[in-house]
Design a protein around this ligand. Structure first.
Ligand code: GLA
Length: 389
C-alpha cells in the first residue's frame, strides 16, 4: 500500500529496465476519501478529505528533446511516446491523458518543461471513487515541479492538475481531489475552503479514540466524464444564477428556506441547492465536533449527508444504499457514500469492537443481494504527495 523502501526501489529498477538509466527521482501521491463535503467543491464550498495509504508512485527523469514517454505497471501495453507539441485537449481517451494533461497544463501556464521519461505504479483502486486520477496527476506534477525547479506550491499544483482534468481530459470535476492528494498530512483530515483554497489540518486519529473508518468499495465503477456529474454541476450553476449569487456557497444556511421559496417550481434545482447548502453546514458541524472532542457524534452527520445525496442530489445507487443501511442496522455510528457517486465507495464509522461484525454484515448483505463482493479496508489518514526516492 504505502511506499516501502522495497517498493520504491522496485519502481526505480523497472524504470531503469524500461529507459536504460536510473531515474532522477521517485515521487508518491495518494488517493483520498472524503469524510464530508460532497459536491460542494464546484460550488465554492467546504470539503474535508484525508489521504489514503494507497498511492501512485512515479519514477521520473527529465528529457530535453520535447518528448514525453509514459509507462504504467498497471496498464497493458508498452511505453507510450508523445511529442510535446502534439499535446492537445481531448485528443486522448486513455490513461495517458492524465499525466500528458499535466505536462500540457504546465507548459500552457508558461513553465519550461522540455520532456520526461515516466514510469508509474499505483495501489489506488481505479473507478472506486478514491481519486486514482488525482493521484496520477499530482504525482506527475510534483515530480516535474521538483525536477524543473518550478517552485510551485501544493495548492498551485492542484489547480494545474484540475485544469488538466477539466480541459485536457474533459471531466468537469472540482478541486477537492487534487488538493487532497497534494496537501493532506498524516494523521489529519484537511478542512478546505474551495473558494480561496485556505486550509486547516484537523487532527483525525480515530484509532486513539477506539474507532475505525471503513471504506467499502462497492465495485460499481463510476466515470465522471459520463454526463450525470456534469448535469448536477450545471444544475447547481443554474441555481446560483437564479438566486443571483456567484456560487451556492453564498447562500447562508439560515437563508435556505427563503432561497428555496424563491426558486418556486424549479423542483430539480431546489433539491440540488438544498443539498449543497446543508452539506456545507454539515462540514462546519463535523469540524466543530472534531475540534471539541465530539468525534463519535460525527457519525450522525455523515448519515444525514448520505440521505441528502440519495434523496436530494440523487447520485447514490442500490449498492451504496445497501452498505449504509446494513452498516447502520448492525451497529455503525454513521455511514455515507463518498466521492462523485453512481458507484464507487462508501465510508462507515464504527467502534473498533464492532469492525468485524459490521464488515461481515455488509459482505453477507451483498452476497444475499447477488451483488459483486465489496472490498473493505480500514482507512488511516496518511501523508500527501512527496518525494520518496
Ligand atoms: C469527484 C470530483 C470532486 C468532487 C467529488 C464530489 O470526486 O472529482 O471534485 O466534486 O466528486 O464531492
Amino acid at each position: 500500500m504505502g511506499e516501502t523502501t522495497a517498493h520504491v526501489a522496485s519502481v526505480a529498477e523497472r524504470f531503469e529496465e524500461l529507459y536504460g538509466a536510473a531515474p532522477e527521482g521517485v515521487w508518491s501521491a495518494p488517493g483520498r476519501v472524503n469524510l464530508i463535503g460532497e459536491h460542494t467543491d464546484y460550488n465554492d464550498g467546504f470539503v474535508m478529505p484525508f489521504a489514503l495509504p494507497h498511492a501512485t508512485v512515479a519514477a521520473v527523469s527529465r528529457r530535453t528533446d520535447g518528448v514525453l514517454r509514459l509507462h504504467s505497471e498497471d496498464v497493458e501495453g508498452g511505453v507510450v511516446e508523445l511529442p510535446l507539441t502534439g499535446l492537445a485537449p481531448e485528443s486522448d481517451r486513455t490513461w495517458t491523458a492524465y499525466p500528458a494533461g499535466v505536462v500540457w497544463a504546465l507548459r500552457e501556464a508558461g513553465h519550461a518543461v522540455t520532456g520526461a521519461d515516466v514510469h508509474l505504479a499505483s495501489t489506488v483502486p481505479t473507478g472506486a471513487g478514491l481519486s486514482s486520477s488525482a493521484a496520477l496527476e499530482v504525482v506527475t506534477a510534483l515530480a516535474l515541479n521538483d525536477l524543473f525547479g518550478l517552485g510551485l506550491k501544493g495548492w498551485q499544483l492542484a489547480r494545474l492538475c484540475q485544469r488538466a482534468e477539466n480541459v485536457y481530459v474533459g471531466a468537469p470535476t472540482g478541486i477537492m481531489d487534487q488538493t487532497a492528494s497534494a496537501c493532506c498530512q498524516e494523521g489529519h483530515a484537511l478542512f478546505l475552503d474551495t473558494r480561496d483554497l485556505s486550509q486547516k489540518q484537523i487532527p483525525f486519529d480515530l484509532a486513539a479514540e477506539g474507532m475505525r473508518l471503513l471504506v467499502v468499495d462497492t465495485r460499481v465503477k463510476h466515470s465522471h466524464s459520463e454526463g450525470e456529474y456534469g448535469k448536477r454541476r450545471a444544475g447547481c450553476e443554474k441555481g446560483a444564477a437564479l438566486l443571483g449569487v456567484d456560487a451556492l456557497r453564498d447562500i447562508a444556511y439560515d437563508d435556505l428556506d427563503a432561497a428555496l421559496a424563491r426558486l418556486g417550481d424549479e423542483e430539480e434545482v431546489r433539491r440540488l441547492v438544498r443539498h449543497v447548502v446543508t452539506e456545507d453546514q454539515r462540514v462546519e458541524k463535523v469540524v466543530a465536533l472534531l475540534e471539541s472532542g465530539g468525534t463519535r457524534s460525527i457519525g450522525e452527520v455523515l448519515t444525514e449527508g448520505h440521505a441528502s445525496l440519495r434523496d436530494d442530489f440523487r447520485i447514490s445507487c442500490p449498492e451504496l444504499d445497501l452498505v449504509v443501511e446494513t452498516a447502520l442496522s448492525s451497529g455503525a455510528l454513521g455511514a455515507r457514500m463518498t466521492g462523485g457517486g453512481f458507484g464507487g465507495s462508501a465510508i462507515v464509522l464504527v467502534e473498533a469492537a464492532d469492525e468485524e461484525t459490521v464488515t461481515k454484515a455488509v459482505e453477507e448483505a451483498f452476497a444475499a443481494a447477488d451483488f459483486t463482493a465489496p472490498r473493505v479496508f480500514t482507512a488511516v489518514p496518511s501523508a500527501g504527495a512527496r518525494r520518496v526516492g
